[in-house]
Design a protein around this ligand. Structure first.
Ligand SMILES: [Zn+2]
Length: 106
C-alpha cells in the first residue's frame, strides 16, 4: 500500500499536477496517507499561512496541514489564494505560518 494519497484519501492520480487556469490550483494535491499521518506529528497542525510577498493569508486543507505536521519537508511549494499561483516553501521560501515567523516547510 502506498504511503501517499490524494487529499481525500483516494489513490494518487497521474494528472493531479495539471493547473486549473481559472484558479491556478492543481487538479489535486498529494498528502501522506491516513496511516502514515497517524504515526505522529513533529510540528503543530496549522492550516493558515501568510505569503510574505503579498501579505495575504491562505487556508489549507486539513490533510495537507497534517502532512506538513508529520513531514515538514514533504512539499516544495504551496499555493497563494491571492496571487493564484504556487511559490516555494522552506527556509528560503515565501511563506510563514500565520501569526509566527516560522517558515512553512521547515
Ligand atoms: Zn500571494
Amino acid at each position: 500500500m502506498s504511503d501517499k494519497t490524494m487529499t481525500d484519501g483516494s489513490p494518487v492520480t497521474a494528472d493531479h499536477r495539471e493547473i486549473d487556469p481559472k484558479t491556478g490550483m492543481q487538479k489535486g494535491y498529494v498528502v501522506l496517507s491516513d496511516e502514515e499521518r497517524a504515526k505522529g506529528f513533529v510540528r503543530p497542525v496549522r492550516r493558515k499561512y501568510l505569503h510574505i510577498t503579498c501579505r495575504v493569508v491562505t487556508t489549507m486543507t486539513q490533510t495537507i496541514a497534517e502532512t506538513y505536521a508529520r513531514d515538514p519537508a514533504f512539499y516544495d511549494g504551496t499555493y497563494c489564494a491571492d496571487c493564484l499561483d504556487h511559490f516555494r516553501v522552506g527556509a528560503d521560501g515565501e511563506f510563514v505560518w500565520d501569526g509566527t515567523d516560522e517558515r512553512v516547510g521547515t
